[in-house]
Design a protein around this ligand. Structure first.
Ligand SMILES: Cc1ncc(COP(=O)(O)O)c(C=O)c1O
Length: 384
């Protein structure tokens, strides 16, 4: 069973200062490096358990949760995923090789354009399913599989909007049905969509209705569609925890009358988002301008990650917000600043140069771009 209060056990406070696993936070910060991304593996592990439990409550159908590896693509994280018995969603040859190297059992291959090398290796290694992104890609998969005398299971990635560059529309598939039925080396057994990362509820529900439509068209055409893959899109666990069961139940609702379906979920952010904390320091306090300058840029977080921003001053957990301090990053750009609305709990007056500032919910879409945060690649990634 997952432990509901695990995060509270991992992150606590003493004397108004942050403790991680019972130790003062400074213990985890490198003296040499100016900033640190701490990734807490127990939180990742617990998020996997929690999500599994909730999906189990929502449906009697079978399902597999496949971590979207691109969201934080490191071996350390993959090992936790493997330990939890989860599958993996990959979109490049490197990711496939990492997954194969540690023997992940369920591998879903996604991606806008899959190279011949990726397709060949996926087919040869008997991946669970390849979600085809275009009609041309279905033709390529069939050709490659034929070369190796293999019948490859594929899913159809559904366009979430007519003008989306990703996926295949119902109209496209309808025009292609006769040819598709003549292919001997692909077996169409799945539908797939990804509503977008941290997408609004409306977009998510509309996307899943589109996928349901494709599901019906393909089943009516005689394809035994078994896999229904909902992609990712969930927010961080700390944002969605209480409403998760309701959300998942709504997502799967249209499919629930079919008992012969196996669901796939491809969460990334939900699994790793709240497991990552960026620790930075105040470089400069410009009292005459009410400016705090950090030793990291803040723009990459806001422009790249679509994360739900939460922050903390780990040496002053509770404080009386004073004045109207602005918090800026060190990129030479005026836009590299945390907006005043985002600073929803204000800034302590007592903040000094050298003090820490934490960006919480920083585990998703950061690890592979971490060098963007500093001018000198001066951010350490620490797994604890
Ligand atoms: C196909 C696919 N599945 C899953 C994900 C993971 O999304 P999230 O981190 O929002 O769960 C992504 C992210 O881009 C994706 O492209």
């Amino acid at each position: 069973m997952y432990k509901n209060s695990l995060i509270n056990n991992i992150i606590s406070e003493n004397n108004n200062e942050l403790l991680i696993k019972g130790e003062h936070f400074e213990k985890f910060l490198s003296k040499e490096k100016g900033a640190t991304l701490i990734v807490i593996k127990d939180i990742i592990s617990d998020n996997c358990l929690f999500l599994n439990d909730v999906i189990k409550k929502a449906t009697k159908n079978s399902f597999t949760v496949c971590y979207a590896y691109k969201v934080a693509p490191t071996m350390e994280i993959l090992e936790v995923i493997k330990e939890r018995g989860m599958g993996i969603e990959i979109y490049s040859l490197t990711e496939l090789e990492m997954a194969l190297s540690i023997g992940v059992s369920t591998i879903v291959v996604d991606g806008m354009y899959k190279t011949d090398e990726l397709l060949t290796k996926s087919i040869q290694n008997n991946v669970t399913i390849i979600n085809a992104d275009s009609i041309k890609e279905i033709i390529r998969i069939n050709e490659i599989a034929e070369k190796y005398n293999i019948i490859q299971d594929i899913g159809i990635r559904v366009k979430k909007r007519e003008d989306s560059k990703m996926g295949i529309s119902v109209e496209q598939i309808e025009q292609f049905l006769t040819t598709l039925k003549s292919f001997h080396n692909v077996r169409v057994i799945g539908v797939h969509i990804h509503p977008g990362s941290n997408a609004s509820e409306e977009v998510v529900i509309n996307s899943y209705l589109k996928m349901f439509n494709m599901f019906k068209v393909l089943r009516n055409a005689g394809f035994l569609i078994k896999y229904v893959d909902f992609g990712g899109g969930l927010p961080e666990r700390n944002i969605v925890e209480k409403s998760l069961l309701k959300r998942i139940s709504e997502y799967i609702d249209a499919f629930e009358k079919h008992e012969d379906i196996h669901y796939i979920f491809e969460p990334g952010r939900f699994i790793v988002g709240d497991a990552g904390i960026i620790f930075s320091r105040v470089l400069d306090k410009r009292v005459d301008e009410n400016l705090i300058i950090l030793n990291i840029a803040v723009m990459p977080y806001f422009s790249n990650t679509k994360s739900t921003f939460r922050y903390m001053f780990p040496s002053q957990i509770k404080y009386e917000p004073k004045g109207s301090w602005r918090i800026c990053g060190l990129w030479p750009l005026d836009q590299d600043e945390i907006s005043s609305e985002a600073l929803y709990q204000g800034v302590p007056k007592e903040l000094e140069e050298g003090d820490c500032f934490c960006i919480l919910n920083a585990g998703a879409y950061n690890i592979d771009r971490i060098e963007e945060y500093t001018l000198t690649g001066d951010m350490e990634i620490k797994y604890i």
